[in-house]
Design a protein around this ligand. Structure first.
Ligand code: HXC
Length: 519
């Protein structure tokens, strides 16, 4: 009987803990269109796989009457479970308890699961919905954040770290998600900023709404802070599960290979006709990607940010890869500051987690102009160059059309340790396009011609000559910079064969404390 009384006490405590800040606050959370911290975990993990830690933790603060206000779990639910049978650690901030604000004990709970995740080599997923530092705890809360930041830094490149933003995330609290690998924001209900609209107005006089300052839309289009934009909590968490399916559990594992039912040797005749006659006519690179990947699937990262370059995950014969591709549909696929940063970060992520890189090239060059130069395109472009050159994962590159100048070198060329570099017969690999080349090389001769018609004819003739000589893949193939010129319709098979060949590739960089990538 005594035992049963004690068991009942445990059951009661569990029920109480699961109510978080109480039914009223749960209702208010639902009224905002948000799920509760526990509902989110349930959706994220495989059925019945969640094991909770530290349910009975409460805060230790006595000031501001907080000693009379205690909630089991203290505003954050932590533990582990599985996604598709693979272990992950998770923390989920409970807005119903002190607005999900972070106390010292709350931080310790998060640190505990991060430490465990590092020990066993499992990813950490953070579901964020918090008013930031618990004001009543003062500097102890700030210290708690720093403890988490330090763990984020140590875990970077060792285990995948993913952040979903499902409510407020403000002040220094934004830096934990920023230190993680991917951030997924929910439209309308989540926001991130270092200083809120009121402080912005006081300091700068600028009037701006929460949504305009740090809403999901802004961070998915303008700042690039968010990698994925979800319509609601459910979509956010499903995206998270999908993303995890491409990733290994840690840096010592390979990403999970799944059984592929899509024929590896299917020929796609449509690709033979894909490149337009007119070299300036755009096309959608995403169509090329979905024609060649397993079942046409492509999980695009940063879809609405720096759209002149496309990055994301796909599979070839069941093997996950990271795809980086210039997008002729936006600004002719030119490389600029944002595109360079976006792609560089993605390349480094893939390299850290043993995910091979497939690069599809159609790039007219770097965007010229003072805007770019003053913004430091030299340094940002160098980031992408550095990322490719440093990467030791298998690298397969296909040049579809243009590959000009510095941008040719940057986009995983042979000399940046590209393992297998193919080109379509439509490729144009050269220092610059015909128009620019003729202007430079023939400028003096052109200026000598007075008659406009004659001038036009001369320019056209010289451009044709240049195009014939340089705007093709064979000049590069002649030197072995391109391994083979392939039929476009056979691209899927050639990529799959290249990746199988490279599956056991071993390449190591020289020992060093760390590299000094141009930041
Ligand atoms: C303690 C907090 C809190 C906080 C909210 N609450 N934020 N308690 N510390 N930081 C409590 C509220 O008192 C309230 O309690 C409950 O949570 C819900 O808050 P509401 O204001 O009613 O909710 P809502 O209207 O949805 O507004 C949410 C909010 C707002 C926008 C997050 O609460 C807010 O502005 N909070 C302060 C945010 C902030 O300035 N945080 C510090 C940032 S600086 P009751 O009992 O009434 O339900 C920071 C530094 C980190 O975080 C540094 C790391 C290096």
């Amino acid at each position: 009987m005594v035992n049963q009384t004690k068991i009942n006490e445990l059951i009661e405590k569990r029920v109480k803990a699961k109510l978080g800040g109480g039914e009223k606050r749960i209702e208010s959370q639902h009224a905002k269109g948000k799920l509760t911290a526990r509902e989110r975990i349930e959706l994220l993990l495989d059925d019945d796989s969640f094991e909770e830690f530290d349910m009975f933790v409460t805060h230790r603060t006595k000031s501001f009457g907080l000693d009379k206000q205690k909630y089991l779990s203290d505003g954050v639910i932590t533990g582990h479970g599985t996604i598709d049978g693979r272990i992950v650690y998770v923390f989920s901030q409970d807005f119903t308890v002190f607005g999900g604000s972070l106390s010292e004990t709350y931080a310790l709970k998060i640190c505990k699961i991060m430490d465990m995740a590092m020990k066993i080599g499992a990813p950490v997923i953070g579901l964020n919905d918090s008013g930031g530092a618990r004001i009543q705890e003062g500097v102890r809360s700030l210290a708690g954040y720093a403890e988490i930041f330090q763990r984020n830094i140590m875990a970077s490149g060792v285990i995948p770290q993913i952040s979903s933003i499902l409510g407020p995330c403000a002040g220094g609290a934004v830096y934990s998600p920023a230190l993680t690998d991917f951030t997924i924001m929910t439209d309308q209900t989540s926001y991130m900023f270092v200083t809120g609209p009121k402080v912005v107005e006081t300091v700068t006089g600028e009037m701006v709404s929460t949504e305009e300052l740090g809403g999901a839309h802004i961070h998915s289009t303008k700042s690039g802070v968010s990698h994925f934009l979800a319509e609601n909590d459910e979509e956010n968490i499903l995206l998270l599960r999908k993303l995890m399916s491409y990733l290994p559990s840690n840096n010592l594992e390979d990403p999970p290979i799944i059984r592929c039912t899509d024929p590896i040797d299917r020929l796609e005749d449509v690709l033979n006709e894909f490149i337009p006659e007119n070299p300036n006519q755009p096309y959608d690179m995403v169509n090329v990607i979905s024609t060649i990947t397993d079942r046409g699937e492509f999980m695009e990262v940063h879809r609405n940010y720096a759209r002149n370059i496309v990055v994301g995950f796909a599979r070839f014969n069941g093997r996950p890869v990271g795809i980086v591709a210039n997008q002729p549909k936006y600004y002719a696929g030119v490389l600029d500051i944002e595109a360079s940063r976006k792609a560089a970060r993605f390349v480094r992520f893939c390299d850290a987690f043993n995910i091979p890189l497939v690069t599809l090239v159609d790039v007219p060059g770097f965007l010229p102009g003072t805007g770019q130069e003053y913004g430091g395109i030299i340094l940002h472009g160098a980031k992408l160059l550095f990322a490719y050159g440093e990467a030791t994962v298998p690298k397969v590159t296909i040049t579809l059309r243009k590959s000009y100048g510095g941008a040719h070198d940057v986009m995983s060329c042979k000399q940046l340790r590209g393992d297998i570099n193919y080109a379509w017969p439509t490729a144009e690999i050269a220092v610059m396009g015909a128009k620019g080349a003729v202007e430079v090389l023939e400028g003096r001769n052109i200026n000598k011609i007075d008659d406009a018609e004659e001038k036009r004819e001369y320019i056209t003739q010289k451009e044709d000559e240049y195009t014939k000589k340089f705007a093709n893949p064979y000049e590069a193939a002649k030197y072995g910079f391109i391994d083979d010129v392939i039929e476009p319709r056979n691209t899927r098979f050639r990529i799959i064969r290249a990746l199988e060949l490279l599956a056991n590739k071993k390449e190591v960089n020289p020992p060093k404390k760390h590299s000094n990538i141009p930041l």
